[in-house]
Design a protein around this ligand. Structure first.
Ligand SMILES: NC(=O)c1c(N)nc(OC2CCCC2)nc1O[C@@H]1CCC[C@@H]1O
Length: 326
């Protein structure tokens, strides 16, 4: 292929990813859907005409390539841990007491974030390029679902910096997309998904990536287990870095100086969660400072520096009905 067609393909890719970021990460599109689709169709046509210039990090992968016959297994060098649960305020105060005692800090800073009810993913980037997306599996062995992960529009295919980094987060489906999908399934006489979490997990475990590509999946990152060449000193600084790298960050992440503030945040969202466009099943509370996290370490299952405050299970319909109210 001549140089100028290669330049045209590269320019198209950059333009498409720029507009993809505007729409799916910043929620501030600059062009119409039709204009965006025209750019994508032009790129797909060029890549089909000149297959030697296809590239694994091309945005054409976002609409899905050929189906796989199975998912390769991957091992998580750094295990993907679960979270200890607190079912009450007392559970949070006990957690705070343990943390204060074992870190000798009476007033450690916590970060509180909504506990998204989706599917945990591990994303690996090399020189800033997404090279692998995997499910959590049992925490040490997961499945390589990279082609499907590339169809999640709010997951960057290329970071703003050429970093070797692993990023973990929750893939999810909004309540509205869940309702729409079940409507379509009902019209096709297919069984509906029970909840958005099952819909997200079921979509990401399809062998044909063209299926998740049409399912409007979304993603919030929540940890950076590995980063090379930069040192982050706290969870909050990691979240800021993730935003700078091109991820969509949950807008309700907060830093608190006291467990009392954390508890009122939990109470606030226990009331307000039906107003959110996605399902949450609690609040995740993390010690902010990485040195203190290191001091506390983890059991084989959970970090000692984080806990999940679980909301009491609510009647399912009341979680979903509200999408038609607000
Ligand atoms: N679902 C979530 O929104 C969420 C979160 N906001 N933050 C974390 O932090 C990890 C980091 C170390 C251990 C848990 N984990 C989350 O979900 C995990 C996935 C597997 C178990 C928990 O649900």
């Amino acid at each position: 292929m001549s140089k100028d067609i290669q330049k045209k393909v590269e320019a198209l890719r950059e333009k498409i990813e720029y507009h993809n970021h505007r729409y799916y990460v910043l929620d501030a599109p600059e062009i119409s859907d039709q204009e965006f689709d025209a750019l994508m169709n032009e790129l797909i046509e060029l890549e089909q005409t000149y297959p030697e210039y296809q590239s694994p990090d091309s945005p054409s992968q976002r609409v899905g390539g050929e189906p796989l016959d199975k998912f390769p297994r991957v091992s998580h060098e750094i295990p993907m841990l679960s979270l200890e649960n607190a079912e009450s305020q007392k559970g949070l105060l006990d957690f705070h007491q343990r943390v204060s005692k074992n870190t000798q800090k009476t007033d450690p800073v916590y970060v509180a974030e909504l506990k998204i009810d989706g599917l945990a993913l591990s994303l690996r980037y090399e020189q800033g390029i997404l090279v692998r997306g995997a499910t959590r599996g049992d925490g040490t062995t997961g499945e390589d679902i990279t082609p499907n992960v590339k169809t999640v529009r709010s997951i960057p295919l290329k970071l703003s910096k050429p970093l070797d980094i692993e990023i973990r987060g929750e893939a999810f489906m909004s309540k509205a997309s869940f309702e729409r999908l079940n409507q379509e399934k009902a019209e096709r006489g297919e069984d509906p998904f029970a909840n958005p979490r099952n819909a997200a997990a079921g979509s990401l475990r399809q062998l044909d990536p063209k299926i998740p590509a049409k399912r409007d999946l979304d993603f919030f990152p929540y940890s950076v287990p590995y980063i090379r060449g930069e040192n982050l000193d706290s969870h909050y600084s990691a979240v800021k870095e993730l935003k700078d790298l091109g991820f969509k960050i949950n807008p309700y992440i907060r830093k608190f100086e006291t467990m009392e503030e954390v508890i009122s945040y939990c109470e606030e969202w226990q009331e307000k969660r039906t107003k959110l466009p996605y399902e949450i099943d609690g609040v995740v509370i993390k010690l902010n400072d990485y040195n203190l996290q290191q001091q506390l370490g983890a059991t084989s299952k959970n970090p000692r520096w984080a806990i999940a405050y679980k909301f009491p299970a609510e009647q399912a319909e009341s979680q979903v009905n509200n999408i038609f109210i607000n």
